[in-house]
Design a protein around this ligand. Sequence first.
Ligand SMILES: CC(C)(COP(=O)(O)OP(=O)(O)OC[C@H]1O[C@@H](n2cnc3c(N)ncnc32)[C@H](O)[C@@H]1OP(=O)(O)O)[C@@H](O)C(=O)NCCC(=O)NCCS
Length: 180
Amino acid sequence: MAVDASKISLRHIRDVEDGVLRQFSCGRSQLDEFLHEDARDYDKHGLTSTVVVFHADVAVPIGYFSLTADSVHLNSGERTDLGLPFDAPISYYPAVKLTKLAVIESMQSTGVGEYLIDLICGIASSAPFAVRLITVDAVNLERVLSFYERVGFMESLSEKKERGAQKMRETILMFKDLYQ
Ligand SMILES: CC(C)(COP(=O)(O)OP(=O)(O)OC[C@H]1O[C@@H](n2cnc3c(N)ncnc32)[C@H](O)[C@@H]1OP(=O)(O)O)[C@@H](O)C(=O)NCCC(=O)NCCS
């Protein structure tokens, strides 16, 4: 479903009152509590920067996302997939980590998440520094993983190998190549 971009506005968490933040609920308590209690401090101390999403027809925030600088180690297959036309002797690739992403329960599955991913890719691509990849530690649930796959993320094979011995991973490191 297409989101009407003319009705969407973004405000940095610094410009949103606590009372407004507290009205947000996506149904996953960890993500709700982060926005209600921790996001402001994480921003103040340079750990992750949070943007709150509003819709002209909705009284409460409809979503939020948090971003942090990152770098990713790729295995040789993943490096080949980048399709660089020259040999770049670097093992870590510049990235932006999507540390949090959530949409209010009543608007989930209406395309807002996909719209926000496009927006985040645009923000990262237009930064005045190089960003090749968007990364995310996706919650290890079928619906969440299929959402990220649908919007162009793939699982990091390097991380899978490193953490392969663990029976049940709580999160799965995934990345999306901004140049594909
Ligand atoms: C995951 C999430 C950000 C996706 O945003 P969205 O606006 O619902 O996504 P879209 O409408 O663009 O795409 C819909 C797809 O997202 C996934 N999705 C929808 N609701 C979901 C939910 N409650 N939890 C997890 N994934 C969900 C499904 O794959 C869905 O496809 P379907 O409708 O065919 O089942 C959003 O559902 C959400 O906030 N979920 C709860 C918090 C969460 O799990 N965040 C991710 C942490 S890594």
